[in-house]
Design a binder for this molecule. Structure first.
Ligand SMILES: Cc1cc2nc3c(=O)[nH]c(=O)nc-3n(C[C@H](O)[C@H](O)[C@H](O)COP(=O)(O)OP(=O)(O)OC[C@H]3O[C@@H](n4cnc5c(N)ncnc54)[C@H](O)[C@@H]3O)c2cc1C
Length: 414
C-alpha cells in the first residue's frame, strides 16, 4: 500500500474509525458515515441514557475532514471502483472497506408497522444509535411508563438506564431468563434480583404480540400514531408511553448484497478480511469470518487492527477473537459488574469451579474441558477478570483444578 492509494471506508462507527486511525498516513482515507453526530462509541450509550455520562464521554477520536458526516453510501460500482452517495458525490477507491455495522431487528408485532412499512409509531425506539439514545432520554422521566421488549444485553442495559431516569420500566423477555446466551441460570437469577431492586418489573417467558396506538396530530412524522400499550400473547395489556425494541441485531449487508459480494448471515471474509472481491474488505458487526458473526466491540476493534496491519504488509492476518462480554449495571451505590465468555453450561465430563456468595451477591464460575477453559461468568466480583480474560483470549492450557480456583480468586493462577 502507498500513500497515493485511495481507501474508502463505508461506516464511521467503532470498526471504521479504528481502522482509519490505525492506517494513519499510509494511504489517503475517506470515511463515509451516515450519522450526523460527532463519532461516538455505542457501547457507552446506556451510560449516556442513564444520565451517568454526558454524550461527550462517549466520543471517539474524530479523524477530521477524512470523515464525511451525514453522508450515506447508496451504491458500490465494483467495475468502476467507485462508491456513490446520497448527496450525489462519488468516491473512487483502490481499496474499499465495509464497516456498516448492524441494524436492530424489528420483531413481527401487530401494529408496529403499517402495511407497506413506513415509520415506527411515535414513542417506539430501537436502541442502536445516538439518535435513539437522545430520543429515549428526552421521553423518559418520573411517571413515564416504559416497556422494554427483549432481555438480552441490550434490553437489560436499556431497562436499567430508563429506571435510573425514574421511569416505571417493565422488561418483557420471551426466553426463560435474562441474558440466556451469556449467563447460566444462577447468574441470571442474580441479575434478575439486581434489576428488580433497581425498580425494573421483569416478566420472563413473556411474548409480546402487538402494540396498541392512538392517533396523533397530523404534523407527527410517525404516520400519525403514538404507542399507547403493549399486548402480550396471553391477552394481557400493559400501558406504555415508550417502547424499546431490544430484540437483537442483524448485520447490515444490503450494499454488499446489491454489489454481488458473497453474503451469508454477514459479508463473508477470509483470514485477510477480504470479501469475495479482493479489493473489498469487511470488518466489525457486518463481517462474517469463519462462519461467525460477533456483534461485539472487542472483535470489531481487533478486525480493524488486523486489516490495517495486513494492508501495510503484515502477513499475520486475522484468525478470530475469543471475546469477553462486559457490562456494568449501575444503581445508586449498588453497581453490578458482569463478565461472561464462552459457554457457562458444562457438558458431562467437564470440570466446574463455582463460588457463590448470596449475601454479597457475587457469583463466579469457570468451566474447563480437558486443560482448556470453555466458558465462565463473573458477577459482582471481577477482581480476577484481567487474568481470566488473558487465559481465555490466549487459549492457554491450565493445570486444573488448581489454576481454575486461582482464576476465580486472587492471582489468576500465574
Ligand atoms: C446500546 C449498545 C450497547 C452495547 N454494548 C456493548 C458492550 O457492552 N460490549 C460489547 O462488546 N459490545 C456492545 N455493543 C455492540 C458494539 O457497539 C458493536 O459491536 C460495535 O459498535 C460494532 O462496531 P461497527 O463499527 O462494526 O458498527 P457500528 O459501531 O454500528 O458502526 C457502523 C456505522 O456505519 C454506518 N453506516 C452503515 N451503513 C452505512 C452507509 N451505507 N453509509 C454510511 N454509513 C453507514 C452506521 O450508521 C454506523 O454509524 C453495544 C451496542 C449497542 C447499540
Amino acid at each position: 500500500m502507498t500513500s497515493q492509494q485511495r481507501v474508502v471506508v463505508i461506516g464511521g462507527g467503532l470498526a471504521g474509525l479504528r481502522f482509519a486511525a490505525r492506517l494513519g498516513p499510509a494511504a489517503a482515507v475517506t470515511v463515509l458515515g451516515e450519522e450526523p453526530h460527532a463519532p461516538y462509541n455505542r457501547v457507552l450509550l446506556a451510560e449516556v441514557l442513564a444520565g451517568r455520562y454526558g454524550a461527550d464521554v462517549a466520543a471517539l477520536p474524530d479523524p477530521g475532514p477524512a470523515l464525511r458526516r451525514g453522508v450515506r453510501a447508496v451504491r458500490i460500482d465494483r467495475a468502476g471502483r467507485r462508491v456513490h452517495c446520497d448527496d450525489g458525490t462519488a468516491h473512487a477507491y483502490d481499496v474499499l472497506v465495509l464497516a456498516t455495522g448492524s441494524n436492530p431487528v424489528l420483531p413481527a408485532l401487530r401494529g408496529l408497522l403499517r402495511p407497506g412499512g413506513g415509520e415506527l409509531p411515535a414513542g417506539v425506539h430501537a436502541f442502536r444509535t445516538m439518535d435513539d439514545c437522545l430520543a429515549l432520554g428526552a421521553a423518559a422521566g418520573p411517571g413515564v411508563r416504559a416497556v422494554v421488549i427483549g432481555g438480552g444485553l441490550l434490553g437489560v442495559s436499556a431497562a436499567r438506564a430508563l429506571a435510573a431516569r425514574g421511569a416505571h420500566v417493565v422488561l418483557a423477555q420471551q426466553a426463560q431468563r435474562l441474558m440466556e446466551r451469556q449467563l447460566d441460570a444462577d447468574a441470571s437469577a442474580l441479575l434478575h434480583a439486581h434489576l428488580t431492586a433497581l425498580g425494573v418489573e421483569i416478566h420472563t417467558e413473556c411474548r409480546v404480540r402487538g402494540l396498541t396506538t392512538t392517533d396523533t396530530p397530523s404534523a407527527a412524522p410517525s404516520g400519525h400514531r403514538r404507542v399507547s400499550g403493549v399486548e402480550l400473547a396471553d391477552g394481557y395489556r400493559l400501558a406504555a408511553d415508550i417502547v424499546v425494541l431490544a430484540c437483537g441485531v442483524r448485520p447490515r449487508t444490503g450494499l454488499a448484497q446489491a454489489a454481488g459480494l458473497e453474503v451469508r448471515k454477514g459479508v463473508v471474509v477470509d483470514d485477510r478480511l477480504r470479501t469475495s472481491d479482493p479489493a473489498v474488505h469487511a470488518i466489525g458487526d457486518c463481517a462474517e469470518h469463519a462462519g461467525r458473526l460477533y456483534g461485539l466491540a472487542g472483535p470489531a476493534l481487533e478486525q480493524a487492527d488486523a486489516l490495517a496491519a495486513t494492508l501495510t504488509g503484515s502477513p499475520a492476518g486475522y484468525t478470530g477473537t475469543r471475546a469477553l462480554t462486559r457490562l456494568t449495571l449501575g444503581g445508586a451505590g449498588r453497581p453490578l459488574d458482569l463478565a461472561a465468555f464462552g459457554d457457562p453450561t458444562p457438558l458431562p465430563g467437564d470440570d466446574v469451579v463455582r463460588l457463590a456468595d448470596a449475601t454479597r451477591r457475587t457469583y463466579r464460575k469457570v468451566v474447563l474441558r480437558g486443560d482448556r477453559l470453555v466458558g465462565g461468568v463473573l458477577l459482582g466480583e471481577l477482581s480476577t477478570v484481567g487474568a481470566l480474560a488473558r487465559t481465555w483470549e490466549g487459549d492457554e492450557p491450565l493445570d486444573a483444578p488448581y489454576d481454575m480456583f486461582h482464576l476465580l480468586t486472587d492471582d489468576g493462577g500465574h
